[in-house]
Design a protein. Structure first.
Length: 313
């Protein structure tokens, strides 16, 4: 466990505490039944910011005879607590198992609310949280202030692995993938045919790329597309029952890669690349300009190093 003793120490702690004293925000996650004993808890279709408390990622609740199963615990202790209460109200049982799909804090920082549950993640996700958790935590406290009260980085205790799992009579197929991050867990609930894809899949929302490896991401999307399922819960965006979210994610990533490579070859600087025209087919995708700008910062320096000729000899 990575603790936050002396949160935002020194001068940084003063404005955070001042803002937190008058803080009155409340999380109120809602669930939609998407099958027998399975619910989707949608995140706000927005960028992570103070007004939404960071609650932008989708979570899933499943009923089992051994207790509720939760996939992705949300951005903070407060959200995780509300999610745990919601899971108990829906299933009649406390959460007994939590799966974390990947390292990003909007999916994993609610872990502290699940002290009575076993938290599972891929070994790579645990390693990434050990490496980056403290930095993520500082950034989340700076952005979200009072929403983060009491939140610490709680590492998963159990290593998820590729293969079939039965828990409390509920059969799940776990897929150990990568691409959005170094470790991306996808889960197929066999009873409902629900593919829980984490941030490997975005639906009507532009993909985020801070730790992306595009070749691995394409391979993961191929694997997900080849997995029979009736519906897909993306990491962000609405439930996909039309079978378009996986191809939509791939389409955005391929356009992004090609557009940024052409921008480098054409001599555009980063500001110019961030203002590239977005194709009309992505007009209905939320946060398109925002994520394009972020992706330029993620990819552009490396692409320039790869594609531009050296002039120093």
């Amino acid at each position: 466990m990575i603790t936050r003793r002396g949160v935002l120490a020194g001068a940084l702690a003063v404005p955070v505490m001042a803002r937190a004293q008058g803080f009155a925000g409340t999380y109120a996650p809602e669930a939609t039944a998407i099958g027998d004993g399975i619910w989707m808890v949608p995140g706000a279709d927005e960028a992570l910011e103070f007004r939404n408390g960071g609650a932008i990622a989708n979570s899933v609740i499943m009923a089992s005879d051994a207790g509720a199963i939760v996939v992705d615990s949300g951005p903070s202790l407060g959200f995780g607590t509300a999610l745990a209460m919601l899971a108990q109200r829906l299933t009649g049982r406390a959460a007994a198992r939590v799966y974390i799909t990947h390292l990003h804090p909007d999916h994993s920082f609610g872990n502290g609310a699940f002290a009575g549950a076993e938290i599972h993640a891929l070994p790579g996700t645990r390693a990434d949280l050990e490496r980056d958790g403290a930095g993520f935590s500082d950034a989340m406290y700076r952005m979200l202030h009072g929403w983060m009260a009491g939140t610490e980085v709680i590492l998963p205790q159990a290593a998820a692995a590729e293969g079939a799992v039965s828990f409390g009579g509920r059969r799940l197929s776990l897929m150990a993938l990568s691409g959005h991050s170094a470790g991306d867990l996808a889960i197929l609930d066999e009873a409902s045919g629900t593919l829980i894809a984490g941030d490997l899949v975005f639906h009507n929302r532009a993909p985020a790329t801070p730790h992306a490896d595009l070749a691995s991401w394409y391979a993961a999307l191929d694997r997900l597309a080849a997995t029979p399922h009736r519906q897909c819960v993306p990491g962000h965006g609405p439930l996909d029952r039309g079978g378009i979210a996986i191809s939509q994610t791939r389409d955005w990533l391929r356009w992004l890669d090609e557009a940024l490579r052409e921008a480098v070859a054409g001599g555009l600087d980063m500001a110019e690349a961030a203002n590239l025209p977005i194709p009309a087919r992505f007009a209905g995708i939320a946060q398109a300009r925002y994520e394009l700008t972020r992706s330029v910062s993620h990819f552009y320096p490396r692409l320039e190093a790869q594609l531009l000729p050296r002039i120093d000899g």
